[in-house]
Design a protein around this ligand. Structure first.
Ligand SMILES: Cc1cc2nc3c(=O)[nH]c(=O)nc-3n(C[C@H](O)[C@H](O)[C@H](O)COP(=O)(O)OP(=O)(O)OC[C@H]3O[C@@H](n4cnc5c(N)ncnc54)[C@H](O)[C@@H]3O)c2cc1C
Length: 483
């Protein structure tokens, strides 16, 4: 987006005279931050890939304040970067380095507006922390199934704006599929009350889907109606060592059919991930005595209290061992053991930083191509750089692999990270060649903007640009992200 496309150019550097004071007046004394130290975590992307600058962070506490802020920024042509928990991994929630944008934090818009257990819905404000949303559902004897590693600090508005996935997608879908309605403030300050609690509503375009996954480029989500589900009453969790990569996908397919589609989690972990997790994260142990190349964390669950899932899982695993798909495994005997297995899975992600630089790919392919993808990408990357260490893991039940690569042991970390674009190209070409996506979960932000431009079909980019222009003619909403 730029002036050549009919957009107003956002001023570099300073904000217009007097604007900061007018914005501060909208939110009152508790609603703004200008201190450089206090701003630092808000301008820094979690992995430090992007460090931006801003003179002002605003923390409105009502939708009306958000509306007045956007109206003023729109008329002043000042860019606004919405921010939730700032756990996003593509540089979408931090400002650019020129200091010409403000951050709009949703942190104080954090009320649970309504719990409706009979309608199986929850209406929440965008600043609610995901773990608090889960807890509110739990208190009403319901389940809100979105779950991911950052759930203690990410906020539901950020989850919606990135169409977050996580570990429950296989059964429940992405957050897009968990949303019935939204309240959104548009770039010019108009409030769209789309807090629909209906399961059926075919009255024209389903506008909420424009804002879900838009990464703050089309408006600010201020509240949402979320779908709830019956709480699982019976859960069985296991970690199994699997013969080879094709057997991982074969096992998933079998388990879905043979368990009555009770599979709610199916996470792939390569051996190197277990080595990293046990070496670097306190309290993490490998529950199996022997070492294997491929593992899956499997979870079955059902709301039926007498589902007898532990026996079902044991029986299915015994059959898979007999057929040679599974080589070894453990099944948790209680919830503490199940949690330890999930902690091991989460530790794979957090332990990689202790092995030096890592080049990451959050990609997806059709589930049936996952094994081919991991094999092809591993071969291509090891050919491209001697000693590079692929660490594939993730939600293979959704075809989503975090295909991360740790640096060769003796290589300089900066020199390795300088290879990021070359390695990206190799992996993304394979992904796209298999009909996959270069961003399965985390979005585009700044990190993948050029990759989107390269791989998206022109008609899609053109439609996205026209929608952006229609909703945000002055390009104030998170400028320079996604497009
Ligand atoms: C340890 C860890 C594990 C993760 N695991 C997963 C995972 O399993 N699955 C997954 O999908 N993601 C995962 N993520 C990344 C994921 O995108 C975020 O954790 C989360 O969804 C972002 O929420 P947030 O509140 O931190 O958003 P932020 O980082 O603050 O913002 C993300 C984007 O949304 C925009 N935005 C934020 N709030 C609003 C709003 N109210 N209105 C409009 N735009 C807004 C921002 O401008 C930005 O572009 C993980 C991240 C970490 C650090």
């Amino acid at each position: 987006m730029d002036a050549a496309m009919g957009m107003a150019k956002i001023a570099n550097g300073d904000l217009p005279d007097g604007l900061i004071d007018r914005l501060k007046a909208i939110v009152g004394a508790k609603g703004w931050v200008t201190d450089a130290d206090a701003l630092q975590p808000h301008v820094t992307e979690p992995r430090g890939l992007y460090v931006g600058r801003t003179p002002l962070l605003l923390k409105p506490s009502t939708t009306d304040e958000v509306s007045r802020i956007l109206a003023l920024c729109n008329s002043s042509r000042v860019g606004v970067v919405p921010q939730g928990g700032n756990t996003g991994l593509v540089g979408g929630g931090v400002p650019h380095a020129d200091g010409g944008e403000i951050i709009l934090s949703l942190a104080r818009l954090d009320r649970i507006r309504e719990v409706d257990p009979l309608n199986y819905t929850l209406t929440v404000e965008a600043g609610c922390i995901l773990a608090d949303v889960q807890a509110a559902a739990d208190a009403a004897e319901r389940l809100f199934p979105l779950s991911l590693g950052a759930e203690g600090s990410c906020r539901i508005g950020g989850n919606l704006s990135t169409n977050a996935g996580g570990t429950g997608v296989l059964r429940y879908g992405n957050v897009r599929e968990l949303t019935l309605g939204l309240e959104v403030v548009l770039a010019d300050g108009t409030v769209w009350d789309g807090l629909n609690r209906l399961r059926k509503d075919n009255t024209g375009y389903d506008l909420k889907h424009l804002f879900i996954g838009a990464e703050g480029t089309l408006g600010v989500i201020t509240a949402a109606v979320l779908k709830l589900f019956p709480k699982p009453r019976d859960v069985a969790t296991g970690l199994v060592a699997i013969r080879d990569l094709p057997a991982v996908i074969e096992l998933l397919s079998r388990l879905r059919a043979a368990s009555g589609d009770a599979v709610t989690g199916f996470e792939y972990i390569a051996r190197i991930g277990i080595d990293f997790a046990t070496a670097h994260v306190a309290g993490i142990v490998d529950p199996l005595a022997k070492r294997y190349a491929h593992y899956a964390l499997v979870e079955l669950s059902t709301p039926a209290p007498d589902g007898d899932l532990q026996n079902v899982l044991e029986r299915l695993m015994a059959a898979a061992i007999e057929d040679g798909l599974v080589i070894d495994g453990v099944i948790a005997q209680n919830s503490a053991q199940a949690q330890a297995l999930w902690r091991l899975r989460e530790a794979v992600a957090e332990s990689q930083k202790f092995e030096g630089g890592s080049i990451k790919h959050d990609v997806s392919v059709p589930v049936s191509r996952v094994a081919d993808f991991i094999a092809a990408a591993t071969a291509a990357c090891t050919d491209a750089m001697a000693g590079i260490r692929p660490v594939p893991f993730g939600h293979v039940g959704d075809g989503n692999i975090h295909f991360n690569l740790s640096q060769p042991k003796d290589m300089d970390s900066d020199a390795f990270l300088a290879e990021w674009p070359r390695i990206n190209r190799i992996v993304h070409d394979i992904v796209v060649g298999m009909g996959g996506s270069i961003s399965a979960e985390h979005g585009i932000g700044q990190l993948k903007r050029e990759e989107l431009r390269r791989y998206a079909v022109p008609a899609k980019l053109d439609l996205m640009t026209r929608i952006k222009h229609a909703l945000d003619a002055n390009n104030i909403m998170n400028p320079g992200k996604v497009l």
